[in-house]
Design a protein around this ligand. Structure first.
Ligand SMILES: Nc1ncnc2c1ncn2[C@@H]1O[C@H](COP(=O)(O)OP(=O)(O)O)[C@@H](O)[C@H]1O
Ligand SMILES: [Mg+2]
Length: 415
């Protein structure tokens, strides 16, 4: 269009988001629909803190995206606000054990939050614990320690939990209570029974959300995130239905809504439609696959690269034997050990389970059975991620040679 400045054009089309950050995981809303029961359950335990008593420890569990973190943070904020007003000195210390992932660092972080100067490595753990105990007991207070994703910590031992769950007997003035949050109850089997029974004095389950509940959650956030009348009316129900299908995950639902908006914005659309949501579903799936590939072991990456080469050479489906031929020559190129065909067959099953490839077993009558493999990935992105592995850089150079090698050697013989 002539006469319109390109910047004007872009700026004019950027009228989708009022505040995109509201849709991010880190945002804690000040109202949580459909979590009244859980909020009240936590509050009725923690209220002891305001009365100068020690609250029971709580173990909170439920699948990802069921609002565990948001709810605990919300109740913590309310508690601290009320405590400030009534001068009762109750504090919540929140630690995400996925990030603070060793026993030492948990204690050191606590000590730091309590105003002690502790290095993040190097001291004996007992000494850090002593700092924590001292800092808590220096003046009367109730400290609620939240260990989110507690299963990640427990895999490395339970000493810290053991000490923290007994700390009250070593305090004169203050009180400590623990809240553990997890989406993996199996972690209990790693724990000392005494720690389990102490940690789960109270247990609170967060059930998955259904589609209607997700709709309410999205509506509330959408109001803050988007300009008025930007969302087609079907968009939120559509996102909710998809996320409800995937174990009622509010995080998925919010991601879907955000990415749909981003796609609409990038296209310069004035409204977000179901079509954008469909594109968002595909984009999120692709991103997930690319992430899954990034964390694969090198051997699996070589294997996957073999399939990519076959695919690029025009093959839509191939057998384990064909993949194995290419795989062997790639291993030689990069100087890696060649695994047996049996083992490769197992790795192919793994890739299938991760949803990176599609494979079906086909019976060939008396000739036995073969596996028919199809690639089902965003080829360019996956290739790029594989080549980021420094051990596999040579593959990028050998690509053309191999392509001819494959088309000559294999195409004549297969099928
Ligand atoms: N009841 C709710 N109301 C509003 N937002 C919610 C609700 N439950 C979850 N969310 C939002 O969904 C996302 C995931 O929730 P989160 O608390 O991180 O789940 P979990 O810790 O159970 O994995 C967060 O952005 C959170 O704000
Ligand atoms: Mg969480």
């Amino acid at each position: 269009m002539e006469g319109i400045n390109i910047f004007e054009n872009i700026l004019n089309s950027k009228k989708i988001f009022k505040n995109r950050d509201v849709l991010r995981h880190s945002y804690t809303p000040d109202y949580l629909p459909h979590r009244k029961e859980q909020i009240e359950a936590i509050a009725s335990v923690l209220v002891s803190a305001l009365r100068g008593e020690t609250p029971s420890n709580i173990l909170i569990y439920g699948m990802t995206g069921t609002g565990k973190t948001a709810t605990v943070r919300f109740v913590g904020n309310e508690l601290e606000k009320y405590s400030l007003r009534t001068n009762t000195r109750c504090y919540m210390h929140y630690i995400n054990c996925e990030i603070i992932d060793t026993q030492y660092r948990v204690l050191a972080t606590l000590a730091k939050n309590l105003g002690r100067n502790v290095p993040m490595t190097g001291w004996p753990t007992d000494r850090v614990y002593e700092e924590v105990r001292y800092a808590i007991d220096k003046r009367e207070q109730t400290v609620i320690i939240v260990l989110d994703e507690i299963d990640k910590l427990v895999k490395k031992g339970d000493d810290v939990l053991y000490s923290l769950s007994r700390i009250n007997s070593e305090l004169e003035r203050s009180r400590v209570s623990l809240i553990g949050i997890t989406n993996d109850l199996k972690f209990k089997s790693f724990l000392d029974p005494r720690v389990i029974s102490s940690l789960s004095e109270e247990e609170i389950l967060f059930p998955p959300y259904n589609a209607e509940q997700l709709r309410d959650i999205l509506m509330q956030r959408a109001e803050l995130a988007f300009y008025d009348n930007v969302l087609d009316p079907e968009v939120i129900p559509y996102c909710s239905a998809i996320a409800a299908h995937e174990h009622g995950d509010a995080r998925k639902a919010l991601d879907l809504l955000r990415v749909s908006g981003e796609i609409a914005e990038r296209e310069g659309a004035s409204r977000v439609t179901v079509d954008h949501v469909k594109k968002a579903v595909r984009k999120i799936e692709c991103d997930n696959v690319v992430e899954a590939v990034r964390t694969l072991p090198t051997q699996n990456k070589i294997l996957l690269f073999s399939m990519i080469l076959l695919h690029m050479a025009g093959r839509t489906k191939f057998t384990t034997g064909e993949v194995y031929t290419v795989y062997k020559s790639l291993c030689k190129k990069v100087g890696m050990d060649v695994l047996t065909q049996r083992r490769i067959s197992d790795l192919i099953s793994e890739l299938d389970m991760l949803g990176i490839i599609n494979s079906i077993i086909i019976s060939k009558g008396r000739y036995g059975r073969t596996r028919e493999i199809k690639l089902d990935v965003p080829i360019d992105s996956v290739k790029k991620v594989i080549l980021e592995d420094y051990r596999l850089q040579l593959l990028s150079k050998s690509e053309d040679t191999l392509r001819t090698h494959i088309s000559l050697d294999l195409f004549g013989t297969a099928f």
